[in-house]
Design a protein around this ligand. Sequence first.
Ligand SMILES: Cc1cc2nc3c(=O)[nH]c(=O)nc-3n(C[C@H](O)[C@H](O)[C@H](O)COP(=O)(O)O)c2cc1C
Length: 225
Amino acid sequence: MNIVIVNGSPRKNGATGKILKEAANYLSEKTGCCVELRNLSDYKMAFCKGCMLCYKTGNCIITNDGISSLTEELKTCDAVIFGTPTYGSNVSGQFKTFIDRAGFVFGQLLYGKYGFAVSTYENAAGREAIKILKKLFLYSGAACTETLLVKLDHNTDPFKDDLNLKTLHRKIDRFYKNTKLKQKPSVFERIMHKLVINVGLKPRVFRYKDRYAGIIQRWKEINII
Ligand SMILES: Cc1cc2nc3c(=O)[nH]c(=O)nc-3n(C[C@H](O)[C@H](O)[C@H](O)COP(=O)(O)O)c2cc1C
């Protein structure tokens, strides 16, 4: 089983990074899964240019910053863990840029996969960042089976409180089990996945087939059509 973990914090070894590193170590030691931890701070990630050529060709025109290969890793993995600090009641700027660049929704990048959303925050609105990650999973075809929200003072160790470590391990165990057993998404998720594809995306894609040729090809590959 392949699991890709993405850390959206600009601070690789900050609180979010520590949690995700522990998740990666725990998963690979306990389950033998192939786990890749990617820090967005390691990429010189360019902003999306808004050209929409990815819809037509299936590929982003920006090819020199590594985001396309990260996107390919997401396409071929079984499950993802996305983590971000809360910035201004939202995900980090790095994570938002990643969302724009990877083409999650039209490309149904996480179709049939499992997602775990992690956020850290200091004071308020950590739940907002989790909501955004959950919505990303929902709209791009994944089942979000776990979330972890950790409140802590800036620059402190999330595992100073032993409960955080225990909670993380418990949630990782459940996440792994659900992924391995290919647990059905919830009824709400199944309805939403169908609505997103059939009502939100298909009418537009089939109306402008040329403009969305890359998306049609991707949907054929993953048997949406
Ligand atoms: C630019 C910026 C914006 C932030 N906005 C919020 C916020 O809206 N709510 C909050 O509770 N914490 C906020 N924080 C605090 C971080 O979310 C918190 O310290 C987080 O754990 C940092 O994660 P990291 O160590 O992985 O970088 C903000 C921090 C920064 C640098």
